[in-house]
Ligand binder design. Structure first.
Ligand code: C5P
Length: 241
């Protein structure tokens, strides 16, 4: 297993892809929607799978996923060899935990796991390298994020502005989020035991008391959530690295 840093730490990629994408209201899970003849899943896999430092990809799929068998043969042999499939769970955090458990005999405690939403196909490999460089010496880990751009308003019950918030220290969380294997597993198991539905890995790790590093990435690493986002991603993929 060649891709280790000086201390022998390895980098594993977990791609949660077991969501149904209800807000997209499409005829298929949103990771199988297409841009330029390729599914979002393929775009993301092809972008991150060629990175030298990533030697294993855990692709977490829903148990009733009927789309993957048609996609897999379209990938390069190089990419297929890196991929291991794991079973998804009810919530995103359950899917990520299952992904971690699928490599428990292969991952070292101090290895890093990068968790990336498969529906963020515009992620830049340069930002991922930046994240790895900024976080590889951290105790727990960090994430790509962008400082909040817009002015933030809090609404009252009638939909009128109650307060304009101070945005100077507010960030929008993105992915990849990158944590030591044993810390992330413990964080997600603790969240489950406490009945806490965390929406990202960082929240679970923060709840254990760790300080999580913010690393500024590009704002075009959008998550495909609504139909409009697909048009925006098409434009971004046409021009960005
Ligand atoms: O629904 P949302 O856009 O927040 O999902 C973010 C990511 O988490 C997607 O890549 C989706 O496929 C994944 N997910 C998952 N298992 C779930 C729910 C979401 O892997 N139960």
């Amino acid at each position: 297993m060649g891709n280790t840093d000086r201390a022998g730490t390895r980098f594993h990629l977990v791609l949660p892809a077991a969501g149904s994408g209800q807000r997209m209201a499409s005829d298929r899970p949103k990771q199988y929607l297409e841009i330029d003849g390729r599914t979002l899943l393929q775009h993301t896999l092809e972008r991150l799978g060629v990175m030298d430092c990533i030697d294993r990809i855990v692709l977490v799929l829903a148990n009733d996923d009927s789309w993957w068998p048609a996609i897999e043969p379209r990938l390069t042999t190089f990419l297929r060899r890196k991929i291991q499939v794991a079973a998804g769970g009810a919530e995103r955090c359950d899917s990520v935990r299952n992904g971690l458990l699928a490599i428990r005999h292969l991952a070292g405690n101090e290895d890093f796991v990068l968790v990336h939403d498969v529906v963020r196909p515009c992620v830049r490999t340069g930002d991922v390298r930046l994240l790895i460089d900024a976080v590889r010496d951290e105790v727990a880990g960090g994430l790509l994020a962008t400082p909040l751009r817009d002015t933030l308003k809090r609404a009252d019950d009638a939909g009128r502005v109650e307060q304009t918030m101070d945005r100077s220290r507010l960030w929008c969380a993105a992915t990849p989020q990158m944590f030591r294997y044993h810390i992330l597993l413990q964080a997600l198991e603790t969240a489950t035991a406490n009945g806490r539905k965390v929406t990202d890995e960082a929240e679970a790790v923060e709840a254990l008391g760790y300080k999580v590093k913010l690393v500024q990435g590009h704002a075009d690493n959008i998550k495909i959530t609504y139909p409009d986002d697909l048009q925006l991603a098409t434009l971004i993929l046409g021009v960005a690295d």
